[in-house]
Design a binder for this molecule. Structure first.
Ligand SMILES: Nc1ncnc2c1ncn2[C@@H]1O[C@H](COP(=O)(O)OP(=O)(O)OP(=O)(O)O)[C@@H](O)[C@H]1O
Length: 556
């Protein structure tokens, strides 16, 4: 064909776009193939080339993917015959494409439209997408956050309005896009909108990592674990709603305990002076302090040159760690870990907490961790993933739990941060367990990342559907090419030149691998790049007073 952009029935057709489709008539059927590569043969040198030769040597490499029955106009995957030599190749028209790409129905929902023909919708199979895991990858600014927002908006709009979708939102980007269809829980909100991840649901080691950070004094750590085990056991004995053998409780069992009382006890041991070193009755306490208010107990200073008061048996054994723990407990950024506290006579507090994470009556829940230090947010996210997976694992298929009776989809923004080898141990294990085993128990994963290279190969291999936006880094492109089926690796060559919100979608949820424009979200997420307009139009110097006031407010 002469030229590459013919106009047919009023529409412009781009011939030979990588990712576009062609039709090859074969008797009663039309074979359909994807264009994988466009080339000019290298067998002729420039000097020998004539215009005619160049025309002759132009080539498309295509991958046969299916056939359309001319009678019924139905498309089916796979081909029954192969083209012969010199068979003509046609571009596909809108009506060909309509019979290839299924419309939204009770099983599929709209994701966007074909790049080569915006009138043809691209739909995704909801069940395959959710249960078989999926990944959305793309360099920064390629449109990942907007893509997730529009997919979720379309999904709910098209009828899946009682779903359990949990969006882990480390940067607070999704609230504006999803607030009509989601419950938004955030770390600094008040009341029911506050995101809560109780510290007592964590093993002792992680609790210390959150509140003390770094490497706490070893003696302190051992004593902390010992006291936690004791406190969890005592709670188990008392609690009416818990049916657990108190002697089987360890420092890791997720049973409530009061961390402030434990701090107060250890801190007092670290400061205690006594008249007689081995007689606790002779402690020289001047002020008992208050555990609830994090006020330390005070003691008389020890006497000079062996004079009483003497140092208590554990005086200064724990170094600065008790003080670091106190400061951690006072830190407003970590307050969301301190709620709810357990009440042995009340109800299981984890029931309310997990109901909140699942969004209550809303189909989506956004867990906004913005404002929390990365390392701490990562641990909290690990706890959420771990508990959700454990609940799904233990839910009966015909019960009222989550997982097999009602699948959960976890949307994991910045997935490389939680799945990679460098992630916190608890978080890495929880995220990888969902990637590996989630589909068996009805926990789906939608991993969103700008660094696919940093995802473990096993996690990417578990993703049945891959939505690849523009990728500019060659290592990331290599990872995605390796993850794509052999039939579409040619298409992957266009990854660096995709336009914003244009993607290659392949895998279980699509009929065929396609190059598509994903829909615009409405409303948009908080993903707009800041504008430089104020640099031209606003001559006043910035005033940060209000910002400082509201920042300080969180320390009240
Ligand atoms: N469907 C779309 N139509 C038009 N513009 C879009 C679309 N999707 C995204 N954009 C624009 O592209 C820009 C980047 O989008 P977005 O923040 O979603 O990308 P991202 O990959 O999540 O970026 P980052 O990794 O930096 O968070 C935004 O300014 C947005 O307005």
């Amino acid at each position: 064909m002469a030229g590459t952009s013919p106009i047919y029935r009023g529409n412009l057709h781009s011939i030979g776009q990588v990712g576009s489709l062609v039709r090859i008539p074969q008797g009663l059927v039309d074979l359909v193939a994807t264009v994988n590569k466009v080339s000019i043969t290298e067998s002729v040198t420039d000097s020998e080339m004539t215009a005619a030769q160049i025309d002759d040597e132009r080539g498309l490499r295509v991958e046969l993917i299916g056939q359309i029955d001319r009678g019924t106009e139905q498309f089916q995957r796979g081909v029954g015959s192969y083209p012969g030599l010199n068979d003509p190749v046609h571009f596909t028209t809108s009506s060909d494409l309509k019979s290839i790409f299924p419309l939204s129905d009770g099983e599929r929902f709209r994701a966007g439209c074909l790049s080569v023909d915006e009138d043809i919708p691209v739909t995704l199979n909801a069940e395959q997408l959710v249960v078989q895991h999926a990944a959305i990858v793309g360099s920064t600014g390629s449109g990942k956050t907007s893509a997730v927002s529009s997919l979720l908006q379309n999904f709910v709009k098209e009828g899946w309005n009682a779903s359990n979708i949990i969006v882990i939102d480390p940067h607070g980007e999704y609230a504006t896009a999803l607030e009509d269809i989601a419950s938004v829980l955030s770390v600094f909100a008040d009341g029911d909108a506050q995101l809560r991840v109780p510290y007592w649901a964590l093993p002792a080691e992680e609790i210390l990592e959150i509140f003390v950070g770094g490497q706490p004094n070893k003696t302190f750590q051992n004593r902390f674990e010992e006291l936690i085990t004791e406190a969890r056991g005592d709670f188990a004995k008392e609690a009416e709603w818990l049916d657990i053998d108190p002697t089987a409780v360890s420092s890791e069992t997720p049973i409530p305990f009061d961390i402030r009382s434990i701090w107060h006890k250890i801190d007092a041991e670290n400061r205690e002076t006594r008249q007689v070193t081995d007689d606790p009755e002779t402690a020289c306490q001047t002020d008992p302090g208050d555990a609830g208010d994090l006020e330390p107990a005070q003691y008389e200073p020890y006497g000079p040159a062996g004079q009483p008061p003497n140092k208590g048996p554990k005086y200064n054994h724990y170094g600065n760690s008790p003080e670091h723990l106190r400061l951690g407990l006072l830190d407003p950024q970590l307050r969301f870990f301190q709620r709810p506290l357990g009440d042995p006579t009340g109800e299981d507090p984890l029931v309310e907490v997990t109901k909140g994470w699942l969004g209550g009556e809303k189909p989506i829940s956004v867990l906004d961790f913005s404002g929390v230090p990365n390392q701490t947010a990562d641990i909290a996210i690990g706890v959420v993933l771990d508990l959700l997976f454990e609940l799904a694992l233990r839910s009966d298929a015909d019960g009222r739990g989550i997982g097999r009776p009602s699948p959960v989809l976890v949307v994991l923004e910045e997935a490389h941060r939680y799945l990679s080898d460098s992630a916190d141990g608890l978080t890495r294990d929880a995220a990888n367990r969902i990637a590996r085993e989630g589909r068996k128990y009805g926990v789906g994963l939608l991993a969103v990342t700008q660094r696919p290279k940093e995802l473990p190969a096993t996690a990417l291999a578990q993703c049945g559907t891959l939505i690849s936006l523009r990728l500019t880094n060659s290592e990331d492109q290599g990872t995605i090419k390796a993850a794509l089926p052999d039939t579409v690796t040619g298409i992957a060559d266009v990854l660096p030149s995709l336009r914003t919100h244009e993607a290659i979608i392949s895998g279980e949820a699509v009929e065929l691998p396609v190059r598509a424009f994903l829909d615009k979200p409405n409303p948009w997420p908080e993903a707009e790049d800041p504008s430089l307009e104020p640099w031209r139009s606003n001559p006043e110097a910035p005033d940060v007073e209000d910002v400082l006031t509201s920042w300080r407010d969180i320390y009240q």
